[in-house]
Design a protein around this ligand. Structure first.
Ligand SMILES: C[S@@+](CC[C@H](N)C(=O)[O-])C[C@H]1O[C@@H](n2cnc3c(N)ncnc32)[C@H](O)[C@@H]1O
Length: 326
């Protein structure tokens, strides 16, 4: 398989099971976000959110129901292998074949962190039953390393809404209400995930410069969001038409283009904000700054990581770095 290399990322037009085993080393990705085919033949649900089918690319590869359990076991085994210890994986699944995915996960060392319900408005009309308006997101992690979970990446712990309820708690509930994007008039895959949904997983479970994998790129939502948030991507898509269309779209974006749109959380009282800096603290800070600079991370990300490591606020870190450089 010949890779397409773009924005520090690598994309393959081919099967993810043989491709991952050939091209992705063990323990080499920080985060996996993926949305496998649902194994529902004759699935027409996508028609409700793609009202004009003319813009939906062909070639979407579905998996026959009778092969779904084995298929799930095989790709999930690859996911487990490539994830670094402590790395996180989010799998989006409908309910029809959810037992196969859960069963495949149980056969690995991955452990459950959360079972998230993604709720959205679907627009399907039914008379004799309730209206389906959710998907499952299985958030698992690989044991043996430190898991990234950026607690205050979107809302500070002290931030409240007008009714004095915690915004951070609300954002971290395990039911996520995020609507689908209709994207009228744009070329798309059958089931594209909304960027705000994927961005949320990326913000909580990775840092800038991390490597994010998606084994079923489809309409490249994971890739768009991850590159937009300055992460590197590796991924596969078996269907040629959508792969070609989305690579062309990716060429037009700029790494980090989503960063200016992110909300800045208000973070109060970092753990060591009231402790005096010692000379040893300053030396450790300078060394860590040097180490992170060698990874060529943007200054804002370096300062964010230093805040986390040293338990200090942004201004304190910037001031101490200036002092050290004088
Ligand atoms: C549910 S869609 C992914 C949608 C994607 N998350 C998005 O937001 O656009 C699943 C995709 O997996 C692709 N696919 C199916 N079997 C595959 C395989 N063995 N290797 C790689 N891609 C595959 C399908 O062609 C389809 O585009």
């Amino acid at each position: 398989m010949k890779p397409v290399k773009l924005h520090n990322s690598t994309f393959y037009n081919g099967d993810c099971i043989s491709g991952a085993s050939q091209y992705i080393p063990d323990n080499s990705v920080d985060l996996i976000i993926t949305d496998p085919p649902y194994g529902i033949s004759g699935d027409r649900l996508h028609r409700h959110y793609n009202r004009n089918e003319e813009f939906v690319t062909g070639g979407y590869c579905e998996i026959p129901q009778e092969e779904y359990a084995d298929f799930s076991r095989r790709w999930i085994r690859q996911a487990e292998r490539i994830l670094r210890p402590g790395g996180s994986i989010y799998i989006v699944s409908g309910y029809t074949n959810l037992p196969d995915i859960l069963c495949a996960l149980r056969g690995t060392s991955l452990h459950e962190v959360n079972h998230i319900i993604w709720k959205f408005r679907f627009g399907v009309f039914t008379r004799k039953k309730f209206i389906s308006s959710h998907y499952h997101i299985l958030f698992y992690a690989k044991p043996g390393g430190k898991r990234t979970f950026n607690l205050e990446s979107r809302f500070g712990l002290a931030e409240k809404d007008d009714d004095n309820r915690s915004l951070n708690n609300a954002d971290r509930e395990d039911v996520w209400i995020i609507n689908r994007e209709y994207k009228p008039g744009r070329v798309k895959n059958k089931n594209e995930l909304p960027l705000p949904l994927v961005s949320k997983m990326i913000q909580y479970s990775s840092n800038e410069g991390d490597r994010v994998a998606d084994l079923f790129l489809g309409g490249f939502s994971t890739a768009m969001a991850a590159i937009g948030l300055n992460r590197k991507v590796i991924g596969f898509e078996i269907a040629q038409p959508v792969f070609a269309a989305k690579i062309a779209e990716l060429e037009r974006i700029r790494p980090g283009y989503l960063l200016p749109e992110l909300r800045t959380p208000f973070i109060q009282n970092p753990a060591r904000s009231r402790t005096r800096w010692t000379e040893a603290d300053r030396t450790a800070l300078a060394m860590e700054f040097q180490r992170l600079s060698e990874d060529r991370l943007p200054k804002s990300e370096i300062v964010r990581r230093l805040q986390e490591t040293f338990g200090r606020g942004r201004f304190a870190i910037e001031k101490a770095l200036k002092k050290k450089n004088r």
